[in-house]
Design a protein around this ligand. Structure first.
Ligand SMILES: Cc1cc2nc3c(=O)[nH]c(=O)nc-3n(C[C@H](O)[C@H](O)[C@H](O)COP(=O)(O)OP(=O)(O)OC[C@H]3O[C@@H](n4cnc5c(N)ncnc54)[C@H](O)[C@@H]3O)c2cc1C
Length: 458
């Protein structure tokens, strides 16, 4: 492996921007303003840390977190997107060293043509390596590959008091475990070594099966998890007791070049450039969309060769699709519920169906039993669901509060990367051991999320 970290020409100090409005993916909360540093070189980061006041800074990736875990209202952000150099690659092992602002899109773009893919990927490629580590993201292969953090072998971490610290299973292993899923609070990740996965090409042997109940989803999931690397379900949350969904499963294909006309890249990439009026998104339009989606996909059952793009990242084909939800933004609710408590899961779905506020996207996944890679990692054995809700003020927040009560009673948890409103008691229930993480927090770091759920002011 060559290269450690690119050196800055002259290490010029970086000034922060005037106070600027920053939004996360859900565009709620709306009013997060911060000063932003945009270092171009890793060597500029120590000076930013040195000059910062205690509790004033937070690293920022591509802002693909839905709520406020990537926001630092009224304080400062270190935008890491210009720290995006590939520092080394070992073609015999697939070990990649890159700066933390490299995006998953960049990694695929450079390494998929060479036969290497991400070990774990979330449902969008527009995420930085730093963001993927700090939220310890999961994907459709959690049941067999665990989380992104489990494939990170070593990191370089800028700390305000200790300089650039190397963390691996041999050196500072506790700091590595704290930083994986550590919500950006342990310092600024400078670079990471990630073990890529060898693949034959860009194709997925996919299979699609409709299901009509939660228990048939689980049967399908259990039966598929041994044979398929990737499994996930889509659920129509408006269907109520007549539950229906589509189960997607797939493996990397041995096909290297396709003669059957399947396309790797969709050339027609749409972009939404303004927020849609709120009246366009109501229970009737969403219900009609879900019914049509189900009908189209239920008619396409069976095996098919599809590109990695359409299998992993269907939403990436509409740039800024978050504007669909209107000017008030939206909230995503992602929880995990233990499988021993399926009744709670059914109660949750029922509560959503009765509210009439169901979303387009109900994504369902059975997590595996891999031990957590980080101290605050979210995935744990159980069923996870992610639901989008257009923000409609108090009634949206009240619905979520009711969902929290069900999740909390079931012994489940909420995902910080998707959250903008969970209470301190819900955070405590989700991460009962969070206090043992506190000693690893860099004294210069804080976030809107952390202040909200722990009451910490520093
Ligand atoms: C369409 C869509 C689909 C998604 N699907 C999934 C999914 O399937 N599974 C899943 O787990 N998540 C999913 N997510 C959430 C997303 O993967 C995470 O929120 C991810 O962390 C966002 O990365 P980012 O680069 O945008 O970071 P940001 O959102 O900007 O920041 C996220 C966290 O990373 C920290 N951070 C960023 N850079 C650094 C750095 N250099 N050093 C230290 N900390 C840093 C920030 O402080 C913050 O705490 C999805 C999001 C979208 C929009």
């Amino acid at each position: 492996m060559s290269g450690q970290s690119a050196a800055a020409p002259g290490k010029q100090p970086v000034a922060s921007s005037p106070i600027t409005r920053v939004a996360s993916w859900g565009r709620y909360p709306k009013t997060a303003h911060a000063h932003i540093y945009k270092p171009a070189w890793n060597d500029q980061v120590p000076e930013i840390l040195r000059r910062a006041a205690p509790g004033s800074l937070l690293p920022y990736g591509m802002g693909r977190s839905y709520g406020d875990s990537c926001l630092n209202a009224g304080r400062e952000l270190v935008d890491c997107r210009r720290l995006n150099r590939i520092l080394g690659f070992d073609p015999s092992s697939g070990m990649l060293r890159c700066e933390a602002g490299v995006s998953l899109y960049d990694i695929i773009d450079v390494f998929l043509p060479k036969g290497w893919f991400l070990p774990v990927t979330p449902g969008t490629r527009f995420v930085t390596v730093g963001g993927a580590i700090a939220n310890d993201v999961h994907g459709k292969n959690h049941h067999c590959a665990g989380t992104f953090g489990g494939h990170v072998r070593q990191i370089g971490l800028h700390r305000s008091n200790d300089g650039l610290v190397t963390c691996s299973s041999q050196e500072n292993p506790d700091m590595l475990r704290a930083t994986i899923g550590g919500l950006g609070l342990t310092g600024v990740i400078a670079w990471a070594d990630i073990q890529l996965k060898h693949v034959a090409g860009p194709w997925i042997d996919a299979d699609l099966v409709p299901f009509r109940s939660l228990s048939s989803f689980l049967d399908l999931s259990r039966e598929s998890n041994d044979r398929f690397e990737y499994t996930v379900g889509w659920l129509d949350c408006f269907a109520g007791k007549d539950l229906r969904g589509i189960f997607f499963r797939g493996n990397h294909s041995a096909v290297q070049k396709d003669d059957r006309g399947a396309k790797v890249r969709s050339k027609r990439e749409l972009k939404l450039s303004f927020a849609l009026p709120e009246w366009m998104l109501n229970r009737y339009t969403v219900k009609a969309f879900n019914a049509a989606y189900y009908k189209i996909h239920a008619a396409k059952t069976g095996p098919a060769l599809v590109s990695y793009n359409s299998f992993f990242y269907p939403l990436d084909s509409i740039r800024q699709w978050n504007l669909l939800y209107g000017r008030q933004g939206f909230l995503q609710y992602q929880c995990v519920v233990p499988e021993t408590n399926l009744a709670a899961f059914e109660e949750l779905l029922d509560c959503v169906a009765r509210s009439g506020m169901g979303s387009f996207l109900g994504v369902l996944k059975q997590f595996g039993s891999a031990p957590p890679a980080g101290m605050l990692s979210f995935p744990r054995p159980g069923l996870t669901i992610a639901l989008d809700f257009a923000m409609r003020g108090e009634r949206t927040l009240q619905l979520m509060q009711s969902l929290d009560e069900i999740v909390q009673r079931s012994g489940g948890a909420l995902y910080p990367a998707k959250d903008a409103r969970m209470s301190p008691s819900m955070f405590e229930a989700s991460f009962p051991r969070w206090r043992s993480f506190v000693p690893y927090i860099d004294p210069k770091m804080s976030s809107s999320f952390w202040r909200r759920v722990t009451g910490a002011q520093g």
